[in-house]
Design a protein around this ligand. Structure first.
Ligand SMILES: Cc1ncc(COP(=O)(O)O)c(C=O)c1O
Length: 367
């Protein structure tokens, strides 16, 4: 049996090598390295794929969130409601603008922000809600949009992990006014460096983000906003554009592997991921819950099975957020999941033999 990788970018590269190399060489031949035609083509393809009227690429998923918040004019003192069970970038983008992240607990089945608990935290300072579509499964976007409409606040889907997922027949990234994704190499649709994209249904916001990502420029050397340098580079765009052509096939392979894992874990002590009926997951992570996580991870390591923890320390308990005044016990569901969660190898090149081995060893170690 081949060595098991947590994510196998090398196997993927070998599969598309001719196409990727040729696409990269075309950029090298044009010498147009930043933005330009390739970036535009990719944006058209991303818009077509997601159905979002506007797709704007940028330098990372983190910058995508920052640009989205800048576009809606987030100011110091504003409050942005989000989940504490996410990667730091979700909170960081809020804090960078001097706004305050207001954390609300998650659902025990999907680990996504619990929309039922959000309303109580809305104040007249709330400017936006950022539900994160964690591990690849969209959050309850319909209910979040209804809240957004009721209180006139913007809903920004953090779709860094869920590009390609479906919710009520629509694609993630086209489920609310703004969405942000990441093309970090390990993401289901990744490039070979940093990259991201913002999607919006609003023309004004699209134009503003288009300007903000290039130093707020209206035209060359004429600036209308204080922006940032968040331009996307053409080589990365070329890589994403090739991978996008193969993406649907990869998503279904990921789902097939996830279904295989889940089926085998049903009568065990392992809690597999739960995907709600009206949506799909692209399984950016296949994350399970176990009671004795440290021991299970150690045992799997001895069997050469790599694992990871997403995420062991929720944002409200991170040292950097001490000033927000949260304490242990504030978000019991988040804190419980953070203690039990662990992610298994997941990529579309994981062979059946490898899957069976992972399942067998995991069942052994959790029996
Ligand atoms: C939920 C979430 N938000 C934001 C980001 C930030 O994306 P990037 O690493 O491309 O800046 C990530 C990716 O790591 C993520 O998982």
């Amino acid at each position: 049996m081949k060595k098991i990788n947590f994510i196998d970018l090398q196997a993927q590269y070998q599969q598309y090598k001719l196409e990727i190399d040729s696409a990269i060489h075309k950029i090298l031949d044009t010498s147009a390295y930043i933005m330009g035609e390739k970036v535009k083509t990719l944006e058209e393809n991303l818009s077509k794929y997601t159905g979002a009227p506007y797709a704007l690429t940028c330098s990372s998923g983190t910058d995508a969130l920052l640009l989205a918040l800048m576009a809606i004019d987030v100011q110091p003192g504003d409050e942005i409601i989000t989940t504490p069970f996410t990667f730091i970038a979700t909170g960081e983008s809020i804090s960078l603008l001097g706004a305050k992240p207001i954390f609300v607990d998650i659902e025990e089945d999907t680990y996504n922000l619990d929309v039922k608990k959000v309303e109580a935290s809305i104040t007249n300072k709330t400017k936006a809600i950022i539900p994160v579509s964690l591990y690849g499964q969209p959050a309850d976007m319909k209910e979040f949009n209804a809240l957004g409409k009721k209180y006139i606040i913007v809903i920004i889907e953090d779709a860094a992990q869920s590009f390609g997922a479906i919710y009520n027949n629509n694609k993630s990234c086209n489920l609310s006014t703004i969405a942000c994704t990441s093309f970090y190499p390990a993401k289901p649709l990744g490039c070979y460096g940093d990259g991201g994209a913002i999607f919006t249904q609003d023309e004004f916001l699209a134009n503003k983000i288009n300007s903000l990502r290039v130093h707020g420029q209206k035209e060359t050397y004429l600036h209308q906003y204080i922006g940032i340098n968040a331009r996307f580079d053409a080589i990365q765009a070329a890589v994403v554009d090739v991978k996008l052509k193969h993406f649907e096939k990869e998503v279904s392979l990921r789902q097939k592997i996830a279904n295989n894992y889940t089926k085998k874990f049903l009568d065990s002590k392992i809690i597999p991921p739960i995907v709600k009926k009206d949506r799909t997951s692209v399984y950016a992570q296949y994350s399970i819950r176990v009671k004795n996580r440290t021991k299970v991870i150690e045992d799997l390591k001895k069997d050469s099975i790599p694992t990871a923890i997403h995420y062991g320390l929720p944002l409200h308990l991170q040292p950097v957020y001490k000033n927000l005044g949260y304490k242990q016990g504030d978000f019991p569901v988040t804190e419980l999941i953070a203690q039990e969660i662990m992610s298994l190898p997941m990529h579309s090149f994981l062979e059946e033999e490898q899957q069976d081995y992972i399942i067998e060893k995991l069942l052994q170690h959790t029996a």
